[in-house]
Ligand binder design. Structure first.
Ligand code: KDG
Ligand code: MG
Length: 402
């Protein structure tokens, strides 16, 4: 079953997406998400200039061999551009396999391990009361798990404050916005946000929080400790994880569960974190960590150490990735939770999909393959527009982690 056509579709229905479409000699096609927020065209070029010429004529059934061919064959391994490109190929091949077998992808991955997938949404506001209102909105919509972020008194802008109640979009057209940051102001404020949320909503609701790599390990240890009375589901990216051993220090001081990994590309980025049980949830996702094939490998390692999955699912991951993630989540034994941010209506029109949200849970649907399509003519009406993620500086102007 030869691959005879491969196309990279770049579109911007509200935000930029890069999609790979592979077609076989029998006319069956598969899709893969290749979106790397703020660096989209680098992956599009990697695919067009280096991957597609080698894909044409390959047997679409050989998913594992194709993965190894592009991972080992490039010589230059890992990195977000390479791994997003490999992910797109891998996802499209799984989509094709599902369509050929006339089965939803999760059936090929061992079948459903659960009835549906627990997801969390984002509640954010410019201050505590607005965040409480946003959380109430999500609860009304059926959510059982909510990530809460809030503007910090004294700081003009901060991470995670959305656009409208249901949407969040950090990338801005043209030049990167500059945010300002004070770890002291942040740490002094966050426990009061969660105290208020618990007071308002009680103990049953799952509450999550994203630090977005902004603290040192010792600062993160303090925050984790102070949040303990509020029983978070997880504290995400408390410190940059290039220094995996930095998590040992956090772990020694707090029982608040830790989640890491949305910027990881391979199993080697989280090997130590998992094997030393320094984290509770691994957030690697289909598009940035080498596709379904590699994500399953990470999940299998994590299972041995009682680490559960919690894949990244922000809106810069396209509906193609969301569909793939839900098949993975439904099937993998050590699933924990899935991030879910609603795409805009124009994005959903470009990518019609079978997955559904109901009562705080999601299901990928039973359409063959991924169950996600692309309306190419409509996509063409939304041309690419350069957009950058923000950068972050401390109050004295020092460049910090965004
Ligand atoms: O592209 C970057 C965003 O996806 C990221 O900032 C969102 O941290 C994020 C999250 O947890 O969804
Ligand atoms: Mg995050």
């Amino acid at each position: 079953m030869k691959i005879v056509d491969a196309k990279v579709i770049v579109c911007c229905p509200g935000r930029n997406f890069v999609t790979l479409k592979l077609t076989t000699e029998d006319g069956v096609y598969g899709l893969g998400d290749a979106t790397l927020n703020g660096r989209e065209l680098a992956v599009a070029s990697y695919l067009k200039d280096y991957v597609i010429p080698l894909l044409i004529g390959r047997d679409a059934r050989r998913i594992e061999d194709t993965w190894q061919y592009f991972y080992k064959g490039a010589y230059w391994r890992r990195g977000p551009v390479t791994m997003s490109a490999i992910a797109a190929v891998d996802t499209a091949l799984w989509d094709i396999k599902g369509k050929v077998m006339n089965a939803p992808l999760y059936q090929l991955l061992g079948g459903a391990s659960r009835d549906a997938v627990l997801v969390y949404g984002h509640a954010s506001g410019s201050g505590i009361e607005e965040t409480v209102q946003a959380a109430a909105h999500y609860i009304k919509g059926g959510y059982k798990a909510i990530r809460a972020q809030s503007g910090i008194p004294g700081l003009p802008s901060t991470y995670g404050v959305g656009r409208g109640v249901m949407y969040y979009e950090p990338a801005e057209k043209d030049a990167p916005p500059e945010n300002s940051w004070s770890s002291e102001a942040y740490m002094n404020f966050v426990p009061s946000l969660f105290a208020r949320l618990r007071k308002e909503f009680g103990n049953e609701l799952h509450l999550l929080h994203d630090v977005h790599h902004r603290l040192t390990p010792m600062e993160a240890a303090r925050l984790g400790k102070e949040l303990e009375p509020h029983h978070l589901f997880w504290l995400e990216d408390p410190t940059p994880a290039e220094l995996q051993e930095g998590f040992r220090l956090i772990r020694q001081h707090t029982t608040t569960p830790l989640a890491v990994g949305e910027v990881f590309n391979t199993i080697y980025d989280c090997q130590q974190l998992i094997q030393e049980q320094l984290i509770d949830y691994i957030r690697t996702t289909v598009v940035h960590a080498g596709g379904i094939t590699h994500l399953r490998r990470i999940a299998n390692l994590a299972e041995m150490y009682q680490v559960r999955t919690g894949s990244h699912g922000a809106t810069d991951l396209s509906p193609v990735c969301m569909g793939a993630a839900l098949h993975f989540d439904l099937s993998v034994h050590n699933f924990g939770i899935q991030e879910y941010m609603k795409h805009t209506d124009e994005t959903d029109r470009v990518f019609p999909h079978a997955y559904k949200f109901e009562n705080g849970l999601m299901h990928p649907g039973d359409a063959p393959g991924l169950g996600v399509d692309i309306e190419e003519e409509l996509a063409a009406k939304y041309p690419y527009a350069v957009a950058y993620l923000p950068v972050n500086r401390k109050l004295d102007g020092t460049m910090h982690n965004w």
